[in-house]
Ligand binder design. Structure first.
Ligand code: PGA
Length: 255
């Protein structure tokens, strides 16, 4: 059985003081929901707030993640954060979010390098894939998402692949309030994403990897996604900034 994993992607929101406030507002409820290991809950604040959030959830089952990393270990890369630096303060890292691909020029090759770097530093990656509206309307979802998965996982061993979480986030559904349908997301994840993993590895590995849905998940629609057989959780943006909503989404993931 795959344990559902709910991650809050705070994006570029919350100062350290605000992060403290938001974390404190939901910490006890989240800790209770994650206490028996039925679900995993990850908070991904901006870099600067990662250590503070980590301190606040210390001793609870709540885990912390970053939203990006660079693949080099150290050196003259002004403004970047190395995997080893993150490994000191968090356990997870989001890689290849569509906003990074779209606004910061991240390519499939960059995503693959970041994935290798994260795993080499014992960070657990959440790698994002998803088609844009034009690709979706042109019927190219399978082709685009399949290629992203194959490129991201290039060179990863079977054991490494099993430790990666994939977030299927159709770009047209992110921050738009227009979520995919539960059945639609389930089909892409089951056929395209697990299909690509089965080609790269084998069926057992394809079934072992956890795949989240992301894109306008909220307290109302979360249950529809989380009830789907192929969907193992959610990557939540906007609704993760509202304590009561994020708690409600996590609650919907408890089976
Ligand atoms: P959203 O963002 O929930 O605000 O649509 C999801 C994401 O980008 O991870």
């Amino acid at each position: 059985m795959r344990v559902p994993i709910i991650a809050g992607n705070w994006k570029m929101n919350k100062t350290i003081a605000e992060a403290r406030e938001l974390t404190t507002a939901m910490r006890d409820d989240l800790a209770r929901l994650a206490a028996d290991g039925q679900i995993e809950i990850i908070l991904c604040p901006p870099f600067l707030a990662v250590p503070e959030v980590g301190t606040l959830v210390k001793g609870t089952p709540i885990r912390v993640g970053a939203q990006n990393l660079f693949w080099e270990t150290k050196g003259a890369f002004t403004g970047e954060v190395a995997p080893g630096m993150l490994a000191e303060v968090c356990e997870y890292v989001i890689i290849g979010h569509s906003e990074r691909r779209q606004y910061f020029g991240e390519s499939d090759e960059h995503v693959n390098k970041k994935l290798h770097a994260a795993l080499a530093n014992q960070l657990k990656p959440i790698v994002c894939v998803g088609e844009n509206l034009a690709q979706n309307e042109a019927g190219k979802t399978g082709e685009v998402v399949g290629a992203q998965v194959r490129a991201a996982f290039a060179g990863l061993s079977d054991a490494q692949a099993r430790g990666v979480v994939i977030a299927y986030e159709p770009i047209w559904a992110i921050g738009t309030g227009k979520a995919a349908s539960g059945a639609g997301a389930n089909a892409v994840i089951g056929l395209t994403i697990r299909g690509a993993l089965a080609d790269l590895y084998d069926e057992a590995t394809a079934q072992a990897v956890r795949v989240q849905y992301g894109g306008s998940v909220n307290a109302k629609n979360a249950a529809e996604f989380l009830a789907q057989a192929e969907i193992d959780g959610a990557l939540v943006g906007g609704a993760s900034l509202v304590a009561a909503d994020f708690v409600a989404i996590c609650k919907a993931a408890v089976r």
